[in-house]
Design a protein around this ligand. Sequence first.
Ligand code: NAD
Length: 481
Amino acid sequence: MTLPLWFDPTEYLAGGRWRQTPERLPVENPSDGTTIAEIARGTQAEIDEAVAAARTAFEGDWGALSAAERGRLLLRMSRIVEDRADALAVLEAMDVGKPLKQARADVVALARYLEFYGGAADKVMGETIPFQNGYTAYTLREPHGVTAHIVPWNYPMQIIGRSVGAALAMGNATVLKPAEEASLTALAFARIAEEAGLPAGAVNIVPGLGEEAGAALSAHSGINHISFTGSVPVGQLIQEAAAHHVVPVTLELGGKSPQLVFADADLDRALPFLVNAGVQNAGQTCSAASRILVERSRYDEVLERMATAYRRLRVGPAMADLEVGPLISARQKQIVEGYLGLASDLTIAAQGQIAADAPAGGHYVAPTLIGGGHGAHRLAQEEIFGPAQIVIPFEDEADAIRIANGTDYGLVASVWSENGPRTMRLAKRLRAGQVFLNNYGAGGGVELPFGGTGKSGHGREKGFEALYGFSTLKTVAAWHG
Ligand code: NAD
């Protein structure tokens, strides 16, 4: 299938001008390993251009718009995303390898982020502060200025929607560096911003390698905020770069998120959430529920029911639209297989099936359910970022909390129990940025603040909270006697 491109993917965008870089990077289709396009390989020079263009826009046409005008432009972008839904979904499926239905869900989420932040743009308010007689004191929420957005390959559209969408709503001018493995829908996003009529320089995009374009952007003295979503080691580099220029940074890093299943859980309701949260996007999800903790008395039953679901999982090319697609790259496949090799002292409870006609060049890994686990095992501690879950028994509530909180991460957790007070108690005691009670993920949750504790990062995106992160607070104290 040919890519449904309505723009030239080899170009980068700075200040409303699309141009080529001297060198390019290949775009691989993870479903069969073929090269399907080329993208620009931006370096310091293109980043300099993009940051300067963003500054010009911030101090010029873009910065001059009212909040309501910005909101209207984002709403227009949302409608264009909906109009282009089919093309965007195919681009994402072919670039990332995710099954078409997941790519379609990502398009819906992108449109919803733009709708949410478009609607919210003129609803961010300051406060008046009771102060000394003779004064009126109040706060203003103002944009940072130029914001940098470095995003990963696993959910490009969703992460750009929540990050760039919120930054634009607050009036920042943005520079986006998409992941080298998946830049096509990011480029489409920049085109859509143009089609919607955003002033030149409000959205700039420079594809390229992390250590070139990404490093140049995060170290740039012209940016006022960095939003980074990606791995812990690169997040640490980003925080160092931000520290150098003393700019705020939002880090959305990895996770080892648990779902806690108590003996009184409604298992019929829980089961699809337990499995899907592990294998969605082939497990390449920061909030993947890669640990399933089950109260001992129902451990065997949960493991067996999950195993039955795993045996039904089919793995194949994105466009075949099965339950699970390929991993993003040969490197990712190697990492995940390395982890699965550590399961020799545990039990492989079940595996999904790779379709017989899946192309040999695709990066397929059979979804793997691992039983007999314990909290200290490396597979229960480290992020696998592939379609694998480890199931661990616990004895009681205290044991469940100890295991759940016993990793370096703290992104998402869920509790399955019909005991309401217990779920509320655990919501407080679990170390995570989001806790779900008798559900997981809440269907993406555009409106729900999201982010981590510990090595999962800091700062919050999504929901209204993101608008505070993408703005700075000014206090005004006026004396009038
Ligand atoms: P990565 O850190 O390798 O890459 C992320 C981005 O950083 C890419 O755009 C990459 O080009 C860029 N980058 C790489 N090196 C850089 C450098 N030296 N300087 C500046 N930028 C650089 O991560 P990945 O492999 O693309 O993504 C997987 C990781 O992302 C996982 O750990 C996953 O949990 C995490 N993730 C987190 C969230 C979240 O919201 N918490 C969402 C998605 C992914």
